[in-house]
Design a protein around this ligand. Sequence first.
Ligand code: OGA
Ligand code: ZN
Ligand code: ZN
Length: 399
Amino acid sequence: MDIGVNPAARSRALMADLAALDTPRVMVGVQQSTDHIAIRWDDDLVSGFRALWLRDNCPCSRCRHPRALERTFMFIDHPPARIRAAAIDSQQLLTVEFTEGGELHVSQFTSGWLRAHDRSEIRAHEARWRPRLWGADLAAQVTTLAYEDYMGTDSGVRGWIEAVKLDGIALLRGVPQVSGQLLKVARRIGPVRASNFGDYYDVVSMPAPNASAYTAMALELHTDLANWRVPPDIQLLSCLKNSVSGGESVFADGFKVAADLRELDPKAYDLLSTQPIEYRFHDETSDIRAVAPVLEVDAQGRLMRIRFNNWLRGAMNVPDALIEPMYRALRVLWQLLREPKYRLNMRLAAGELIAYDNNRVLHGRSTFDASSGERHLQGCYLNQEDLDSTLRLLDRKTG
Ligand code: OGA
Ligand code: ZN
Ligand code: ZN
């Protein structure tokens, strides 16, 4: 193992971390008190780290399992650590001597690991992946990749994941028109997320459909599996045949529409982001329900998910006084979604596979005439974690 040159090998050996944590920045000074360390970098950034936190993240083989690389250190079994000394060596390693009661513990941290854990680096990383909101104008610029590049090259799969993360949508062309081929596309990233519709499902007009998708009806903009407590993250729709008249696809950036709704009608936004409503799917073999707001926000008020599906919307179980406000809020959101400026129209052709973030991008289709030709799509789902993990594995390779 060439610890000096390969960043991934170096951070594994020194930080028990498989990510290639490297930085071109140089630590030029360190100041310490008993409970805090401040590192000055050659770009004048100053990073602060608390003693308790540093001690808890000690990468040594007594504090992390040397093979599993997971934490074995139990901070509750140790008196709070105090810093006795800290120094930077010629290898850009920070050595910290802690005292815990009467015990001494020495930890070492690489500059790459410390830099990656600086607040400003964490914020920059978040900013790098902030969604790029879009409207109808994206139609001409949907990231489009060749199936061969996606399957066969690192840059192909990286480009696809980046587009799905930033735009919430990406298109593949030249997918072999073989039933189940979408599973190969999905498994390039990770295991598929199964549902009551199976590992994957055929979207065709059926004589006895158990879902609106399996008809020739138009499907208004929606997100899938809104009736699940945690709906699937990424949807893949692969087109095997589409020779019917009608059956055009439509997509909208739910985060863009929600951001505009927040400006135009804050009351509607507030209600949709706080008041849960029921969603439900049922057929002979399942009855799956979830209760959640249309707009799910995190503790910081950031929109995390839009859950929107008219045919899966249950009988609204909200207090009487909220019935009218809730219908009003839903109406305002619907009206926005029907505005052409938000709607990306496209017609899927055989051999194309569209993927989108089901927590963000709504999808739909126009009605089609099932007797005018053939229409056959196949769909499946992926977990966001596997997209992120694949990207990190690619980063490990490139350093
Ligand atoms: C679906 C769906 C769209 C289409 O299967 O979830 O919305 O174009 N299908 O048939
Ligand atoms: Zn340790
Ligand atoms: Zn759908």
